[in-house]
Each structure stands twice: as C-alpha cells, then as structure tokens.
Design a protein around this ligand. Structure first.
Ligand code: GUN
Length: 290
C-alpha cells in the first residue's frame, strides 16, 4: 500500500504559519481581510464558502461575506466588486463559482482588482503564472505542489500527467509542474488513449470531475497520485477521480478524498490573502518585523 498524503495535516501547518505571520501584522495594526461573495443557493458552494470563513477565523483574518440572491443582476454584482476593490479593509476578493447563468463569469473575474484576486483567476495573474512571475499562485494547483513537496519527490525530469484542462486547475497545474522542470502532458476528453498516457506518469494529477475514472491498471507502479476530484459515488459517498481501492497498492504516495487536496486549497487561499495584505500595506509596514 502506498503512503497516504495527509492533506489535513499539511494544510494545518500552512495555516499555522499564516496565523503566526498574521499575529505579527496585527502588532503593526494591519488585520488581513477576505471578502467572499456567493450568488444563489448552490449547496456545494455554500459549504465551500462556510469552510473559507472558518479558515479565516482560524488564522485571525476578518472575513466579509456577501450572500446575494440567485436573481442578482450582473450590474449589481459588479457594483459590489467595485466597492470592495476600493475598500481598504478588504485585501482579497473571492467570488465563488459557478455563478448563475445570467451572469458572465469572465466579466466578473475581469472586474476584480488583480491585486485583490486571491484566486489568481484574473487574466493579468493568469498571464503572470504563464511566465513564472506570480504574485498569487492559484489555490488548488499551489496546494497540489505542497502535497508533492511533502513526499520529497523531485519533479525535475519526471513524467507528469495532468488529467483535465480547466482554467481553475488543469492548465495552471501543468504550468507549475513545467516550472519545476517536469515533462508535462495534459489529457482531456479528446485524448485518444488515456490509459497509455496515465501509465507513463511518475506524477499523476487527476482533475476532471469524473468519479473513479483512473483505475489501478492505468497507473505505473510507484507513481505519486494526486486526486483533485470531488464527486459522489453510487452510494452518495464522497469520492475522487482516482479509484482509490484499485490504485492504492500501486502508488508510492496517494491522496485520499476527502482529506487530500481539498483542505490545501483553502490553506493556500489564506496564504494568498496574507500575501495580498502585506503587499497592499507595504508602505505602512516594517517588513523586518514580519
Ligand atoms: N468554485 C470551485 N472552486 C473554486 C475556487 O477555487 N474559487 C472560486 N472562486 N470558486 C470556486
């Protein structure tokens, strides 16, 4: 059996460091603040938003929640974002996705100030990720990088296969692995032979949202398996994109679902918000005391 990567424990150590630094910021009169916007009643989004607020409490941030009805117009949402962009107490702005159909996601993302874009979804931040000059790392891929680092696995020269090409995970994930000199393949729904691609992977990151897609016979002996998926199985139980049971004995390391990547995403959001608070207050702060 491969070793289980404990995302809960690793996320706790990231949050502990954020909390320590937050205490030092507070000594200088700065309280990091995160605004979280949710539009509508999507139950999964409500849980994510609640967890983000709880994490803010844990690390000592202020959190400002804006729960808007499903019927909110795009203009009203943009008005709120404009107000938050100008609000000095707010260092990070996160608009939980997905948004209702009548609201254009990219217009919303484009209106968040890149300096407060703690999701790293704004095209300016996406562009920076591409050239390896990042103010904010996108939370889920950054969390995955921490999990890989925790295993002591060297990425340089390794075959890295990312299954999924979303803007939120797959594409930035590929970029972060590439910056660490991995040889990166991105697979997607049109990939002809997914099994053959996955079987080459020393490091496999699954982020497609298809329950238990990756089976034991698709992975290489000794691979590091990272599961970003968050699905429900036949019995309504949470499961990932990787079939844990058939893969666990082939992996050297494997993340569980839940308790793997999920907690890391939130920890990295806290880290980004702290970075934003320091950056936005750098003239006021004595950085030698941080
Ligand atoms: N919906 C699912 N994941 C995310 C995320 O990381 N950020 C935001 N804003 N919405 C999401």
């Amino acid at each position: 059996m491969g070793q289980i990567i404990d995302g809960k424990m690793i996320s706790k150590s990231v949050k502990d460091k954020v909390r320590e630094q937050t205490e030092k910021l507070k000594e200088q009169g700065i309280v990091p603040g995160l605004a979280v916007i949710i539009v509508g009643e999507n139950p999964a989004s409500q849980i994510y938003v609640r967890n983000k607020q709880l994490a803010c409490e844990e690390v000592g941030f202020e959190s400002y929640k804006y729960a808007l009805p499903e019927s909110t117009t795009q203009a009203k949402l943009l008005e709120l974002i404009k107000k938050l962009n100008a609000d000095e107490r707010v260092n990070g702005i996160l608009c939980q996705l997905p948004l209702p159909e009548h609201i254009d996601e990219s217009t919303v993302i484009n209106n968040i100030s890149p300096k407060k874009d703690v999701d790293a979804f704004h095209p300016v931040n996406v562009g920076k990720i591409m050239i390896g000059d990042y103010s904010f790392l996108p939370c889920t891929p950054a969390g995955v990088m921490e999990l890989i680092a925790s295993t002591g696995t060297e990425i340089s020269g390794k075959e890295c296969v990312v299954v999924g090409r979303s803007n939120i995970v797959g594409k930035p994930m590929a970029m972060l692995l590439l910056h660490k000199s991995g040889t990166v393949t991105v697979c997607h729904s049109k990939t002809v032979d997914l099994k053959a691609q996955c079987k080459r992977a020393d490091i496999l990151v699954a982020a497609v949202g298809v329950k238990k897609l990756i089976k034991g016979d698709m992975v290489k002996q000794g691979a590091v398996l990272i599961d970003v998926g968050m699905n429900r199985d036949e019995n309504g139980k949470l499961c990932g994109d990787i079939d844990f049971e058939s893969c666990k004995d082939k992996a050297s390391y494997i993340t569980p679902v839940p308790g793997g990547v999920g907690p890391m995403t939130i920890a990295m959001l806290m880290k980004n918000t702290l970075t934003a608070a320091i950056e936005q207050n750098k003239e006021k702060l004595n950085v030698n005391n941080l």
